[in-house]
Design a protein around this ligand. Structure first.
Ligand code: FES
Ligand SMILES: [Fe+2]
Length: 394
C-alpha cells in the first residue's frame, strides 16, 4: 500500500470507529485521491458482487448488454442454451472489444479481424487462420465471470471464487416481502455520467436527510426528510425508511399502498444501500435502482432505472401520454442528486472544508464507512466497540 493510501485508511478508521453523536463525515481528501481509488478497485470492486442489471435485459436467448467493472469490460448474455453468463469482451486475438452497448445476436464478431465467438464464449472461427480454436490443447474462449441473480437483479463478481451472493444481500429480502420486485419492470432506464467520486454518489442514496433540501417538487412532496429513520443494517447492506404521505394527493400511490398488509409497509417504504455501490429506494408503487460505477476518482457512471409494478408498466405501455410525465419526474430527481455531485466535487480541494457532524438521520453513512474500512484492510469495527447489541448497529 502506498503512503498516501495508508494515511487515507487511518482517516477512514477514525471516521468508522466513531458513534452517532460524535461521528463526522469522511475527510474530503478521501473523495479526491486516485491512489485510494486503485485500492478500492482492487479490494472492493474486483472482489465484490456488483449489481449490473435486471433480468428483463436478457430475457431471451441471444440478448446481451455490456458494463464495465473496475476497468474490466463485461458482457452479460443469455446463451442459446438459455444460461446466463458474464464474459470478458476482450478479443483473444489482439484485444479489441467484441461487444459494446447492448444487442441481440447469435454470436459475437470482433470488428477488428472478424474472429467470432459463441455466446458461451467459445471461439468459433478466425478468418484465414485455419483452426485456432484449440491451440496447444487449450480451448480459446472469452474469460467467464461469476454471475447470479436476486429479486430480478443481476450481479457479477470478478473474483475467482466469490462467496455466495446471499452472503452479501441475505436478510434484506425480509424487508421486501410485501413487494414483488422480481416482477417489476423498468421505465425509464438510467445511464449517465456524474462528475463526482463514486462514494459521494453512494452517500447521497444512503440517507433521507437531504430529501427536503435537494428534492423539492419531487420526492419531498410525499417522502419528506422529517420521516427518515434508520431501520437495520448487515455487513454488506444498510436500510432506512421514509414515510409515504399519499393521503391528500397521489391517488395511484395510495391505491398501491392499500394493497399492502396493515403495518409499516402501508405507510412507509424501505430505502436500501447494497454495498459497495448499489441503492434501491422504494415507494409502494415505484423503486429507483441505481448502481454507481467509478470511471476515475472524480467521475462515476450511474446505471439503473425506475422499477414499477408490472400492471403499472402495462398501463404505461398502453398510454404513451402517461409515460413522459413519469419519465420527467425520474429525470428531475436524478438531476437533483447529480447537482449535489457537481457541487460537492467542486469543493473537495478547499483548504477550509472540514468534516461536519453526522445527524441521526445519517446513521447509514456510518455503516458505509465501516464497510469501507473493513474492505480496505481494517478490522471489523463493531468488535472493538462496547455497548452494541446488534453487531452491525452503529
Ligand atoms: S483483435 Fe479481435 S479479431 Fe483481431
Ligand atoms: Fe437524493
Amino acid at each position: 500500500m502506498t503512503t498516501t493510501a495508508s494515511v487515507q485508511i487511518a482517516r477512514l478508521k477514525q471516521a468508522a470507529q466513531a458513534r452517532i453523536g460524535t461521528a463526522r463525515a469522511l475527510p474530503m481528501s478521501l473523495y479526491d485521491d486516485p491512489e485510494l481509488l486503485v485500492l478500492e478497485m482492487e479490494q472492493i470492486f474486483r472482489t465484490s458482487w456488483i449489481c449490473v442489471g435486471r433480468m428483463e435485459q436478457v430475457e431471451h436467448p441471444g440478448d446481451w448488454f455490456t458494463v464495465e467493472i473496475a476497468g474490466e469490460p463485461v458482457v452479460v448474455v443469455r446463451g442459446m442454451d438459455g444460461r446466463l453468463r458474464a464474459l470478458s469482451t476482450i478479443c483473444r486475438h489482439r484485444y479489441f472489444t467484441v461487444a459494446e452497448g447492448r444487442g441481440h445476436s447469435t454470436r459475437f464478431t470482433c470488428p477488428y479481424h472478424l474472429w467470432t465467438y459463441e455466446l458461451d464464449g467459445r471461439l468459433r472461427g478466425a478468418p484465414h487462420m485455419g483452426d485456432v480454436c484449440d491451440v496447444d490443447g487449450q480451448p480459446t474462449r472469452l474469460p467467464e465471470f461469476h454471475v447470479d441473480t436476486w429479486l430480478g437483479f443481476i450481479f457479477v463478481s470478478l473474483a475467482s471464487a466469490p462467496p455466495p451472493l446471499l452472503d452479501s444481500v441475505g436478510g434484506a429480502e425480509q424487508y421486501l416481502k410485501n413487494y414483488d420486485i422480481v416482477s417489476w419492470r423498468v421505465i425509464p432506464w438510467v445511464d449517465e455520467v456524474w462528475p463526482g467520486n463514486w462514494k459521494l454518489a453512494m452517500e447521497t442514496a444512503l440517507e433521507g436527510y437531504h430529501v427536503t433540501g435537494l428534492h423539492p417538487g419531487t420526492i419531498d412532496t410525499f417522502m419528506p426528510s422529517r420521516s427518515a429513520r434508520f431501520q437495520a443494517t448487515a455487513a454488506d447492506w444498510t436500510l432506512f425508511r421514509l414515510d409515504t404521505l399519499y393521503e391528500k394527493n397521489f391517488e395511484a400511490l395510495r391505491s398501491y399502498a392499500q394493497r399492502m398488509p396493515e403495518g409499516e409497509d402501508r405507510t412507509s417504504a424501505p430505502q436500501f444501500g447494497f454495498f459497495p455501490n448499489c441503492a434501491v429506494s422504494c415507494s409502494q408503487m415505484s423503486s429507483v435502482w441505481l448502481t454507481f460505477l467509478p470511471i476515475d476518482h472524480q467521475s462515476t457512471r450511474v446505471i439503473g432505472g425506475n422499477l414499477v409494478p408490472s400492471d403499472y408498466f402495462e398501463f404505461l405501455q398502453a398510454r404513451p401520454d402517461a409515460v413522459q410525465p413519469h419519465v420527467d419526474v425520474v429525470n428531475a430527481l436524478n438531476a437533483q442528486d447529480a447537482r449535489a455531485m457537481v457541487n460537492l466535487q467542486k469543493n473537495v480541494r478547499s483548504r477550509f472544508a472540514a468534516p461536519g457532524l453526522l445527524s441521526e438521520k445519517e446513521r447509514n453513512l456510518l455503516c458505509f464507512y465501516r464497510y469501507l474500512y473493513r474492505k480496505l484492510g481494517g478490522e471489523r469495527v463493531h468488535e472493538s466497540l462496547p455497548q452494541s447489541e446488534n453487531p452491525h448497529d452503529p
